[in-house]
Design a protein around this ligand. Structure first.
Ligand SMILES: [Zn+2]
Length: 291
């Protein structure tokens, strides 16, 4: 079975490679966010090219999949080693719940400290956007937040029942229903991150926050470590966000943008004034405050 799965994985790699050649023929290279055609080439992997949109600043791969192809990919094919897409066996889940995920790759206590540093307190309504099989939602609830999960993959959302969670496969529609919307390594997988962030902002109340962790596509990070940057985009990450994209699209909102998500630094941030810190690290963390 394992060998068969490996074979399928290899086949998909070839399909992806060939799609790079055939998918670019006759296709206008438009930004998946703002639809602009003015782009510059940033990086290349065989037939796939990473472009920077000159209008909105988003980095995106060309050719790219359609929204339908992306949906199918995440429902059926997406695989990363470890607990991101592999669902834990009952025994392992029992152990994770018993230890409250301590020391596991899905230990979110650090992230909970980030929320607290931003003044998000007990009982706050939080939407875990891209909840996967529920490990973050579960830990948020345990920590005293009123957390709810949203996950488009039906299999993973369903698995949440094993953690006592009702994870929704649809984005909640109630405007301003949440104090915060948090997504951890989700925005680099969506077809149009700008639209997704706008949807998230609509879900938080006035003064509420949209926060996210995502791989860093900022120029400073590319300069700091070109090799790591080259590995950061491709088949799985078809878009990369960066400081420019956030400032151009959401700069009118109070914001915090940095590679460093140190809770001590966040505690010092007044939220009345925007702050852009060092963005040369591998990750990008940002907070947007809804007016
Ligand atoms: Zn654009």
């Amino acid at each position: 079975m394992k060998r068969y799965i490996k074979k399928i994985g290899k086949l998909n790699k070839w399909q992806y490679l060939i799609s790079g050649l055939t998918g670019s023929l006759g296709k206008i290279n438009r930004c998946p966010g703002c639809n602009a055609v003015s782009n510059i080439k940033v990086d290349k992997k065989f037939f796939h090219v990473l472009h920077a949109c000159q209008d909105c600043g988003l980095l995106f791969r060309h050719p790219k999949e359609t929204k339908q192809q992306m949906d199918k990919f995440y429902q059926t094919e997406y695989s990363e080693p470890g607990l991101t897409t592999e669902l834990p066996a009952q025994e392992e889940l029992a152990r994770l719940l018993k230890t409250e995920f301590a020391g596991s790759p899905k230990d979110f206590h650090y992230h909970i400290n980030i929320l607290r540093a931003l003044g998000i307190g007990d009982g706050a309504k939080i939407l875990d956007f891209g909840a996967n099989w529920g490990y973050t939602t579960y830990q948020l609830c345990k920590a005293g937040f009123d957390a709810q999960g949203f996950e488009p993959s039906r299999t993973r959302a369903e698995f949440g029942k094993n953690l006592g969670l009702e994870i929704s496969t649809q984005i909640p529609q109630v405007e301003g229903a949440f104090d915060a919307v948090y997504s951890c390594h989700v925005l680099e997988h969506v077809p149009n991150p700008e639209q997704t962030i706008r949807d998230q902002l609509r879900l938080v109340r006035s003064g509420g926050m949209v926060l996210a962790h995502t791989p860093n596509g900022s120029l400073a990070a590319r300069k700091a470590d070109p090799e790591a940057f080259h590995l950061r985009w491709g088949k799985v990450h078809s878009v990369l966000l960066n400081d420019e994209f956030l400032k151009r699209g959401f700069g009118q909102l109070k914001h915090y943008i940095a590679s460093d998500d140190n809770p001590e630094e966040l505690r010092k941030w007044s939220q009345k004034k925007s702050k852009v810190g060092d963005v040369s690290g591998s990750g990008l963390f940002f907070v947007l405050v809804r007016p």
